[in-house]
Design a protein around this ligand. Structure first.
Ligand SMILES: Cc1cc2nc3c(=O)[nH]c(=O)nc-3n(C[C@H](O)[C@H](O)[C@H](O)COP(=O)(O)OP(=O)(O)OC[C@H]3O[C@@H](n4cnc5c(N)ncnc54)[C@H](O)[C@@H]3O)c2cc1C
Length: 456
């Protein structure tokens, strides 16, 4: 697509100097994201104010040109790939922390602030923002909100949906608006804040966020439990979640993943049928009781070993298996298909059992691990050649069908983007999809915001 000259003029007027790039080399850098898909945008702009963002959306709308918001491009689903060309708005320079307000337990930030930078800034105040993707040093708050991204701590503290009070944004109409509150309670009309969270840049561009802060507990204990098989570990997850002490991490690793991690990470990784990594946090005088309660629930049929780390070095050693996993997978299959399905916790045993059967049926290497306390498993299909890649795609459709049968859903934290939208009709009724389309039309009547994503 060649941009209309009137649009180029409008872009030049709003984005002076290097805030607008038309050079092919730079456009190429914004063609990709972590999905490894790519499509070249026609222009890249770097907004630094809300007003500039409004002018940008209005100009793109006037010419019917696609506009794709971008944080740091770390998403896994192709959500920032500008499949229809047009303009990419990278929020990387709109990255100020505007206010940290411990009295009201909130922080106001621009969308380009990195998750890790925010956590560092909150530390001296004794607070944190709970959403904790592993990519935290590199991903932006705007991206976290737009994908509802999360990590291990979600089991206790929730995802961005539970940790965001309000926003300022610009709809696809070009109209700026505020939604939500600066208060910890609010019951004033529709909850547009939660609606924008997880909307993947298809409804509005977020220009400011008011985040709910949580006091950082001063104590943490780490436990590692190994089990005879994946079923025994999955049942233990359900027992742990059925008692009152909520762990702040409850991670599951299956036997295939453990073997892979051991091949790559060495003997410190245990050989077992499955493993749980468990963390509990709180004030130091409460921790012994919490560890005891969680340990009691972790014990049961099929438990092989249960260790509690006593020192920082032991904690690090216990996490070694989990840490060795990502590099290990990359050495096996550069074509990893990385899913993040989620089921109710009590149905985890059926999910892990079903995935084993599908891996055998399609003869595909699958490793499963992840945030079991939320029933959220990273199911990674690792095809090693073209034939296995074909089989992996057939297998994937059956994995999703299994998840839906178990009352689960397609994505727990990565979102839908480009790569999963064809599966949306599996998860949602036509009437639900119809309502989502109507919402999209209200925010973005001309369909200029991130076209080709999320909705089938
Ligand atoms: C090593 C690694 C580890 C990861 N670990 C995790 C994990 O543990 N948990 C997890 O959930 N994810 C994880 N991810 C995925 C990814 O980091 C998250 O999805 C992250 O939130 C994306 O942030 P980003 O700034 O890179 O956003 P981008 O990838 O740039 O954008 C993501 C989506 O947000 C939209 N968007 C961005 N900014 C705005 C804005 N201002 N307004 C409106 N829409 C916007 C984009 O259009 C796109 O749809 C990981 C990725 C990597 C590379």
């Amino acid at each position: 697509m060649t941009l209309p000259s009137a649009l180029l003029e409008a872009l030049h007027a709003s984005f002076a100097g290097d805030a607008l790039s038309l050079a092919e080399a730079e456009r190429l850098a914004y063609a990709y994201d972590n999905s490894r898909r790519n499509a070249l945008p026609d222009a890249v702009v770097f907004p630094t104010t809300h007003e500039q963002t409004e002018a940008l959306v209005r100009a793109c709308r006037a010419h019917g040109v696609p506009l794709v918001a971008r944080g740091r491009g770390t998403n896994t689903t192709g959500a920032t790939v500008p499949v229809g060309g047009g303009v990419v708005a990278s929020f990387e320079r709109m990255n100020r922390i505007l206010r940290i307000d411990p009295d009201n337990r909130l922080a106001v930030v621009e969308p380009g602030v990195l998750n890790g930078d925010l956590q560092q800034a909150l530390k001296p105040h004794g607070f944190f923002w709970p959403p904790d993707p592993t990519s935290s040093p590199w991903c932006s708050i705007g991206g976290n909100l737009a994908c509802n991204s999360a990590g291990p701590r979600t089991v206790k503290y929730g995802s961005p949906r539970e940790n965001t009070l309000g926003m300022r944004a610009v709809a696809g109409t070009g109209e700026g608006f505020r939604c939500g509150t600066y208060t910890s309670k609010g019951s004033t009309g529709y909850d547009l804040t939660r609606l924008l969270i997880g909307s993947e840049g298809t409804l509005a561009l977020i220009t400011e966020a008011t985040l709910k802060l949580t006091p950082k507990p001063s104590g943490l204990r780490t436990l590692r439990a190994t089990y005879r098989d994946v079923g025994a570990a999955a049942h233990a997850v359900a027992r742990i979640m059925a008692q009152p002490v909520t762990p702040c991490a409850l991670e599951f690793i299956d036997d295939v993943a453990l073997k892979l991690a051991r091949d790559h990470g060495g003997d410190s990784v245990p050989l077992a049928g499955a493993m749980l990594m468990i963390e509990v946090d709180g004030e130091p005088d409460t921790l012994d009781g919490a560890v005891e309660a969680v340990s009691r629930a972790a014990r049961g049929d099929g438990l092989d070993s249960l260790q509690v780390a006593q020192t920082a070095e032991e904690t690090q050693a216990l996490w070694s298996a989990r840490k060795a996993l990502s590099p290990a997978q990359r050495t096996i299959s550069p074509n990893k298909i990385n899913e993040d399905v989620v089921v109710p916790v009590s149905r985890l045993p059926e999910l892990v059992d079903g995935i084993k059967r599908l891996a055998a049926k399609h003869d595909v290497l699958i490793v499963s691990f992840g945030h079991a306390g939320n029933g959220n498993l990273h199911v990674n299909l690792l095809p090693r050649d073209d034939a296995e890649r074909e089989r992996a795609h057939a297998c994937l459709a059956e994995v999703f069908a299994l998840v839906i049968r178990l009352d689960g859903t397609l994505s727990g934290e990565h979102g839908i983007g480009l790569v999963k939208r064809e599966f949306m009709p599996l998860a949602l009724q036509p009437s639900t999809l119809g309502l989502m389309r109507a919402v999209k039309a209200a925010f973005d009547p001309d369909g200029i915001l991130n076209p080709g994503k999320l909705l089938p």
